[in-house]
Ligand binder design. Structure first.
Ligand code: PGA
Length: 262
């Protein structure tokens, strides 16, 4: 059975080492000695605070929010995959809509970044999603397909199944609006079919798809497992360690329930 993922994107929040250290103290207290068989938590702080996340509670790994695709060189202000890897980063968010918007990242750049992460043995969590206008116009599937076609073109099955996709409709980020379970399930089915067409059914099953956008623990069923998503990417709620730990616990319970069902 595939693991559930709970990704916490801390974005550009927390503005001092002291604040980060308080966050971590609370996180360790909330998590205690809990262990997880079916869930992986991934916490993605700002680059400057990554080192403070070296020691995380059980079942949690360190992620980054971005990377530059080149290994080394004259790229002022950028962070290379090798630097991240050396810092213990195992996962990296790529192509978040805020980077597409504020840093003009294109699908081609996002592909380069995802490939670079893979090359240095990190797992890219690639964000895709449509705007509110595109959704209204019934364009969701076309938008997702065009974002994914660039990402996956010429990738081997082995490379493809190492990528995690985060479906994050732009209109749901930071808004408290979320898609219905039916809408999400339709997206899930569409993605499975899309991956089956370019690779095969087995590979399609192995590519994890998360949901992101106004996620909170009280919504996990409807936005995740009821729509056959493999987990969630949370922004604001991940700033509350209690919520992060609670989400991980709920996924663990759900996985066990499914397992018992046989
Ligand atoms: P949100 O952000 O949970 O605060 O809506 C999600 C995201 O941008 O990944």
């Amino acid at each position: 059975m595939q693991k559930f993922y709970v990704v916490g994107n801390l974005k550009m929040n927390m503005s001092s080492r002291e604040e980060v250290s308080q966050y971590l103290t609370v996180l360790h207290r909330e998590a205690g000695q809990k262990t997880y068989e079916h869930v992986l938590g991934i916490i993605c702080p700002s680059f400057v605070y990554l080192a403070q996340f070296d020691t995380l509670p059980k079942g949690m790994k360190k992620g980054a929010q971005n990377l530059f695709p080149e290994k080394i060189g004259a790229y002022t202000g950028e962070i290379s995959p090798v630097m991240l890897k050396d810092d213990g980063v195992e996962y990296v968010i790529v192509g978040h809509s805020e980077r597409r918007r504020y840093a003009n990242e294109t699908d081609e750049m996002i592909r380069e970044k995802a490939l670079s992460a893979l090359k240095y043995y990190m797992t890219p969590i690639v964000c895709i999603g449509e705007t509110g206008g595109e959704r209204q116009a019934g364009e969701t599937e076309n938008i997702l397909a065009s974002q994914l076609r660039t990402l996956f073109s010429d990738l081997s099955k082995l490379q493809a199944e190492k990528i995690i996709i985060a479906y994050e409709p732009l209109w749901a980020i930071g808004t408290d609006a979320v898609p219905t379970t039916e809408e999400l399930f339709r997206v899930r089915v569409f993605l499975r079919k899309f991956f089956t067409e370019i690779f095969d059914a087995q590979t399609a099953e192995r590519i994890a798809v998360l949901y992101g956008g106004s996620v909170k623990s009280s919504l996990l069923g409807p936005v995740s497992w009821e729509a056959e998503m493999n987990g969630v990417l949370a922004g604001r709620e991940s700033l509350f360690p209690y919520e992060l730990v609670k989400m991980m616990g709920l996924f663990e319970e759900e996985a066990k329930r499914k397992q018992n069902e046989g």
